[in-house]
Design a protein around this ligand. Structure first.
Ligand code: 5GP
Ligand code: ZN
Length: 113
């Protein structure tokens, strides 16, 4: 989608600090981190919100990749929090489905993030 910030990040039209990419998902550091480690994982296809996602396989793969990024890429061994804000009332500001990974590799910071 041409008018979507995260689609532009996937396309490389807007720079980002990428931590992982494959054929279906893209993961990059949040520009305003709310935790010592704060990464966003997004599907490469444009889906505005979680409520618009009708494909269980796509959602399953997204969660599998969230786990992969959190554990194998970011090494959040002490644990992490996953947040998906849905629509304006749920705090969503960018209308391209994304999962927040929030954590601290040092294990020192605990919830709340
Ligand atoms: P939401 O509130 O929609 O769940 O989360 C959107 C997130 O995107 C926010 O945490 C915000 O800091 C992040 N964000 C907004 N614009 C940019 C950007 O241009 N680059 C990056 N890396 N993150 C962004
Ligand atoms: Zn998009």
């Amino acid at each position: 989608m041409t008018d979507c910030l995260f689609c532009k990040i996937i396309a490389g039209d807007i720079p980002s600090d990428k931590v992982y990419e494959d054929d279906a998902v893209f993961a990059f550091k949040d520009i305003q981190p709310k935790a010592p480690t704060h990464v966003l994982v997004i599907p490469k296809i444009h889906i505005p919100t979680l409520a618009d996602a009708k494909d269980p396989a796509m959602l399953g793969n997204l969660m599998d990749k969230v786990n992969h990024v959190a554990n194998d890429v970011l090494k959040l061994e002490a644990g992490y929090r996953i947040v998906i804000n849905v629509r304006k009332g749920g705090g969503q500001e960018v209308f391209h489905l994304h999962a927040h990974i929030l954590g601290d590799t040092s294990g020192k910071t605990r919830l709340p993030f």
